[in-house]
Design a protein around this ligand. Structure first.
Ligand code: PAN
Ligand code: ZN
Length: 191
């Protein structure tokens, strides 16, 4: 058996990145433009195509027994009145959970159940120091409601895998918009 060696990663608070970078994945608006409601705002912003978020994956085998971990950073901003957010996904092995630990900024964690029954919805606040548990069978998306980057560590089973297609097509049942200056959860009219 080949032994995997212990490793450290660091979060560089000043430069808002993980060191070493590992596998860096960036998502610009053009990677998810159809996921926002206000398509006029999308067209305007696409001229610059801002980065919405990025995540640094530590290079760990995608195997049972290992713990995948990564640092995600969502830039502050909105598309129309909808806050910057991740695409969102559920795990290919739906019965695998995840821990999020917020290290910077503030936002919300949207979750939607993916059992055979009617989907249920939950939202949790995220701020520096929040340890959030995403139990098995919950799709998850993170949203930055603050003025600085929202950064969090995610830890999940090596074999979990990711499924994006269904959420890419339908979104979550709720949206998070700014209303009267406050983050407000509303029904997704297109769900
Ligand atoms: C996270 C997410 C990361 C980016 O590491 O993958 O925040 O979000 P999307 O994967 O939805 O683009 C995680 O939940 N991994 O399982
Ligand atoms: Zn996940």
């Amino acid at each position: 058996m080949e032994l995997f060696r212990p490793i450290n990663s660091y979060y560089d608070f000043e430069n808002i990145k993980m060191v070493p970078e590992g596998d860096l994945i960036t998502r610009n608006l053009s990677d998810m433009d159809w996921m926002y409601q206000d398509q006029e705002a999308v067209q305007e912003l696409l001229k610059e195509d801002p980065q919405i978020y990025r995540y640094y994956n530590v290079d760990i085998p995608e195997e049972e027994g290992h713990l995948q971990h990564c640092i995600s950073i969502i830039n502050p901003g909105k598309v129309g009145n909808e806050y910057n957010m991740t695409k969102g996904h559920f795990h290919e092995i739906k019965g695998t959970a995840e821990i999020y630990y917020t290290i910077q900024g503030e936002g919300m964690l949207f979750m939607q159940s993916v059992t055979d029954g009617e989907p249920e919805f939950e939202a949790l606040e995220m701020k520096k120091g929040t340890l959030s548990y995403v139990p098995p069978y919950w799709a998850h998306r993170t949203i930055n409601t603050g003025e600085e980057p929202l950064a969090f560590i995610g830890i999940y089973p090596g074999e979990a895998g990711h499924v994006y297609g269904e959420i890419e097509a339908k979104g979550f049942m709720k949206l998070l918009i700014e209303k009267d200056g406050e983050p407000t959860i509303i029904d997704n009219p297109n769900y």
